[in-house]
Ligand binder design. Structure first.
Ligand SMILES: *[C@@H]1O[C@H](CO)[C@@H](O)[C@H](O)[C@H]1NC(C)=O
Ligand SMILES: *[C@@H]1O[C@H](CO)[C@@H](O)[C@H](O)[C@H]1NC(C)=O
Length: 343
């Protein structure tokens, strides 16, 4: 279901006309314990990530020095000028019977052909007069917080698919926590990033304070705070976890469910996403400028170069930190890195 046009008009109300967005798939680039944003240079990083985008993804990607568009030779995303990297934690099934783990695979979102990976959105909800400023080279940010013990459903949420789901991302039918019932069609995890920028810094020590939400964490409005006055595209990730394959009534209910994020969080409040900008030249700005013209929408933005799903799927990268993070349904005895499940 394409909720975008409808929700855009509902959110923008009378203030502006409904506007298109980008919505496209990116296949899996790699899955490993590397994190150039939070623990640059550290091999391995504390927990496993699933990563998509440009193949210049590396242990260290210093802003201003390491240009993904120049260093990459391919991207796993639909738009072949997008060498950004996007990543989140991986999700594991922990067998309630014997305590071993299996990495939960991702499946393709509705209408998208992809192999693992996620769906990426660039949305216009904070655009004033249809204008947005695309990210500058070196830009990066984080949404969510692995240490969080608080429900932040409006930006970090889970949808139990096949169970009378909601409509807009992170709406009141979604939950901040991982669903505690069986979800026949899997679980969709959503990460919504801020849509306002301070206009100066491409990063900040916590990778967050240079950006801000215009709407208490949720989908944006054209009201960026004065501290962060510049409207940027609102980035959103959707990860389709194929949890439907884990069907057993005994594993769910009464507050329990069998899944745990790679950093040991079985509640799900600590789900988080990392974004590292890497679009070639001014391609993202051109796309954002074209959204109101009707020539640019979803995975068919006519001012951008588009590659086939087959080409995107060919762009993969060998692990730099070589270890078994749960390959193709293999069972592993512990979470990679010996991460303990938080009780
Ligand atoms: C990634 O980093 C390593 C050093 O850690 C470097 O040797 C390599 O060239 C980098 N990859 C790219 C694509 O620049
Ligand atoms: C552990 O339990 C799961 C089901 O919960 C089963 O599929 C798997 O084969 C079991 N592994 C071992 C080593 O018994």
């Amino acid at each position: 279901m394409y909720w975008n046009a409808i929700i855009a008009s509902a959110i923008l109300g009378q203030t502006a006309s409904a506007q298109n967005m980008l919505r496209f798939g990116c296949s899996q680039l790699t899955i490993e314990r590397v994190d150039p944003l939070v623990t640059p240079g550290q091999a391995p990083s504390p927990h496993t990530h699933q990563i998509i985008g440009g193949n210049s993804f590396n242990l260290t990607m210093e802003p201003g020095k390491y240009d993904p568009a120049a260093k990459s030779t391919c991207t796993s995303c639909t738009y072949s000028e997008d060498f950004s990297n996007y990543w989140t934690a991986a999700l594991y099934f922990k067998s309630p019977e014997n305590g071993t783990y299996q990495r939960v695979p991702q499946y393709a979102n509705l209408g998208i052909q992809q192999n693992g990976g996620m769906t990426v959105y660039y949305m216009p909800y904070s655009a004033k007069n249809n204008k947005m400023t695309a990210f500058k080279p070196g830009f990066r940010m984080i949404a969510g917080d692995p240490m969080s013990k608080k429900n932040n459903r409006v930006s970090i949420c889970h949808r139990c698919l096949g169970n009378g789901e909601g409509f807009a991302p992170c709406d009141s039918k979604d939950t901040g926590e991982l669903p505690t019932k069986y979800c026949p069609k899997g679980i969709r995890a959503t990460v919504i990033f801020p849509s306002c920028w301070d206009g100066v810094n491409v990063d900040s020590p916590d990778h967050k304070s240079h950006v801000a939400y215009s709407n208490s964490g949720g989908l944006g409005t054209p009201n960026c705070p004065s501290t962060h006055p510049v409207s940027i595209p609102q980035v959103m990730y959707e990860i389709m976890w194929d949890t439907g394959r884990y069907k057993n009534d005994a594993w769910y209910g009464n507050g329990k469910q069998p899944f745990v994020y790679s950093f040991g969080d079985k509640v799900g409040y600590g789900q988080h996403g990392d974004y590292l900008f890497g679009w070639k030249d001014d391609s993202l700005q051109k796309a954002m400028d074209a959204l109101p013209t009707g020539k640019c929408a979803n995975a068919n933005c006519q001012v951008l170069k588009i590659q086939s799903a087959q080409q995107a799927q060919k762009c993969t990268k060998a692990q730099q930190v070589v270890e078994d993070v749960g390959k193709d349904g293999a069972w592993i005895k512990e979470l990679p890195g010996g991460v303990q499940v938080m009780e």
